[in-house]
Design a protein around this ligand. Structure first.
Ligand code: ADP
Ligand code: ZN
Length: 218
């Protein structure tokens, strides 16, 4: 069983690697960032409530986030594994998730962390383009789509996320170091943490993560 938490600073490559992990291992990709962006673009009450927070790079409240994750993870498609991307992001969320995971029978059994240095992160984030329809992400320098400005997967015009600017990125990175990085120690102590170097290139990292997942799945 693969109940995976995917971690790493913004721009480390979580979304990019989540795509093939979800397909290759047939587990749903659950991204709290995607869920929040969907709520924002649908103009729901939740979306309006969180819009300003998300766009400036700050974190949504633990309470709202945990409720959203609990509802999503309880669905039957998560019974045979899941890939959680972007959650937990604070120690409070991790502690709440420890209880919730047991309660709904969805405790995580591994944490994949992708690390990368700050200089690389800011460069990747400001040149990133994403598909607002399927969530695929591209880079105007290093991972161009086949046709400029168009998603390879679904043909939708690509956009730049509102929080993918230098100012919001700084807030996201500061929040990462302050609130999220301490979780690495938390999961190391639980014996769940597996660390990867996000600077090695897509193919090499995919190979390493695949080897780990195959080993754990046995
Ligand atoms: P990143 O590229 O920064 O990892 P995400 O797509 O995971 O971006 O998240 C985008 C935004 O959604 C975050 O900056 C934050 O505002 C909100 N968000 C996502 N997940 C969480 C979470 N677990 N707790 C609080 N806020 C979250
Ligand atoms: Zn797409």
């Amino acid at each position: 069983m693969l109940n995976i938490i995917l971690m790493g600073p913004p721009g480390a490559g979580k979304g990019t690697h989540a795509q093939w992990m979800s397909t290759d291992f047939q587990i749903p990709h659950i991204s709290t960032g995607d869920m929040f962006r969907e709520a924002m673009s649908s103009g729901s009450a939740l979306g309006n409530q969180i819009k300003d927070i998300v766009n400036r790079g700050d974190l949504v409240s633990d309470e709202l986030t945990c409720a959203l994750v609990k509802e999503r993870l309880s669905k039957p498609d998560c019974a045979n594994g899941y890939l959680l991307d972007g959650f937990p992001r604070t120690l409070e969320q991790a502690k709440a998730f420890r209880e919730m995971g047991k309660e709904i029978g969805r405790a995580p059994n591994l944490v994949v962390n992708i690390a990368a240095p700050d200089e690389l992160l800011v460069q990747r984030i400001t040149t990133r383009r994403v598909c607002p329809h399927c969530g695929a992400s591209y880079n105007v320098v290093t991972m161009k789509p086949k046709q400029e400005g168009i998603c390879d997967v679904c043909g939708t015009p690509l956009i730049q996320r509102k929080d993918d600017n230098e100012e919001s990125f700084k807030v996201r990175l500061a929040n990462y170091y302050k609130s999220t990085a301490p979780l690495l120690e938390f999961y190391r102590e639980e014996g769940l943490l597996h660390e990867f170097d996000g600077t090695v290139g897509f193919v090499a990292l995919k190979k390493d993560i695949t080897a780990l997942l195959q080993e754990i799945q046995k």
